[in-house]
Design a protein around this ligand. Structure first.
Ligand code: SAH
Ligand code: SF4
Length: 360
């Protein structure tokens, strides 16, 4: 019994190597008295060869394997459920203690987007969002953020061996559960791993972080990380934004757009353009008058506007704008020379569409 407790305690102390980017991995190996290049070898085992068993890492001596076994582990989030939508979207559920998070794989003909979560729940309580209704439980660790990507890529590789060929992941969006900029420390390391040639090696144009507008965090990452930025604006003025997104009372639209300009001035990702997300809520923010206000607001922001038909959630008084209103809104903006896209509704039959993510 005592021995068991001791073992459990010891196991707890082990470091999960999925929490490390190359810098942290290098420090880890140096501290063990090993050479720097071992860190690159470890990153290659994990992110190139998709091997997470120390005993199979053939260029490590037995002594090193033993050292690794006694100090560290490589553990993925525990996968519990996969649900497939009629349109091919797949929702993967991962379990952490008693909590679930969700990762959404959205295939198209030749590409696929993976939508990953950064927190369990969200503290910000936007009125139109299911994750907001859920409340906040905790931040995800780097290994839990990165583990979502590792797991799905590895699964796709396994499917391929069985001749089930699904498009490989070409884009990663941090648009799942949670507000990534409220988990900044871990999200920065996760982004390093996603972009690094010793990690998943994604181009900065193919990785997007969506935020509701945590202004100090946007200013903090400006010039430090460079990926595509998406801003959940959703309203053409502070009055409406205060109503639907409480965070606006802390960081209003003017402050938010200033921080976006600051970010863009230091970014080359996505050709220096920010994506403005705008959820279409019937009779709340979707009239031509609102479109006109939006044009004024965004006139000197290099941006693309992504109109998001609102996905219904439980116990909500909102309704999605009608198709006609969305098209009219879009045409108005296009006539003012904005690039406008209307987001396709994917995975709504399995509650995997934007804003429907809720851990059950
Ligand atoms: N917290 C971040 C990222 C997660 S939400 C953010 O708010 O940006 C991802 C996107 O889904 C955001 O643009 C969010 O506003 C949008 N969204 C939330 N609920 C939605 C719903 N019910 N229908 C459509 N989009 C929704
Ligand atoms: Fe949180 Fe984003 Fe949902 Fe708002 S929209 S509650 S910030 S996850």
């Amino acid at each position: 019994m005592l021995q068991e407790i001791f073992l459990k305690k010891n196991q707890k102390k082990k470091i999960n190597l999925l929490d490390f980017d190359l810098t942290k991995m290098t420090n880890f190996f140096l501290k063990m008295g090993e050479k720097k290049f071992r860190a690159i070898q470890m990153m290659e085992w994990i992110y190139k060869k998709y091997c997470i068993k120390f005993n199979k890492m053939s260029n490590f001596s037995n002594t090193l394997k033993n050292k690794l076994n006694s100090t560290s582990i490589i553990v993925l989030p525990k996968y519990v459920k996969k649900i497939k939508s009629l349109d091919g979207t797949i929702k993967w559920n991962f379990l952490f203690n008693t909590e679930f998070i969700e990762t959404i794989y959205i295939p198209e003909k030749k590409r696929a987007t993976l939508c990953i979560s950064s927190q369990v729940g969200c503290v910000l309580k936007c009125g139109f969002c299911a994750t907001g209704q859920l409340g906040y439980t905790r931040n995800l660790q780097v290994s839990e953020i990165i583990g979502q990507i590792w797991f799905v890529i590895n699964k796709l590789n396994q499917y391929k061996l069985k001749n089930l060929i699904l498009p490989t992941i070409t884009n990663i969006v941090m648009m799942g559960m949670g507000e990534p900029l409220l988990n900044l420390k871990n999200v920065i390391i996760a982004i390093n791993i996603i972009l690094s040639k010793y990690g998943f090696n994604f181009s900065k144009n193919k990785v997007t972080l969506s935020t509701s507008g945590i202004v100090p965090a946007i200013n903090k990452i400006a010039g430090k990380i460079d990926i595509s930025l998406a801003i959940s604006l959703h309203a053409p003025n502070n009055h409406i934004r205060n109503m639907i997104m409480p965070i606006n009372k802390v960081y209003n639209i003017n402050l938010l757009l200033l921080s976006v300009k600051n970010y863009l001035s230091k970014s080359t990702a996505n050709r220096g353009i920010v994506t403005i997300e705008y959820v279409m809520l019937l009779n709340i923010n979707d009239s031509l008058h609102h479109a006109k206000e939006l044009v004024c607001l965004l006139k000197d922001i290099p941006c693309k506007i992504n109109l998001i038909p609102w996905n219904p959630i439980k116990n909500s008084l909102y309704k999605c704008s009608t198709y006609n209103r969305i098209i009219n809104f879009s045409n108005y903006l296009k006539n003012k020379n904005f690039i406008v896209t209307i987001r396709k509704n994917r995975g709504s039959d399995i509650n995997a569409a934007c804003g429907q993510l809720i851990s059950k």
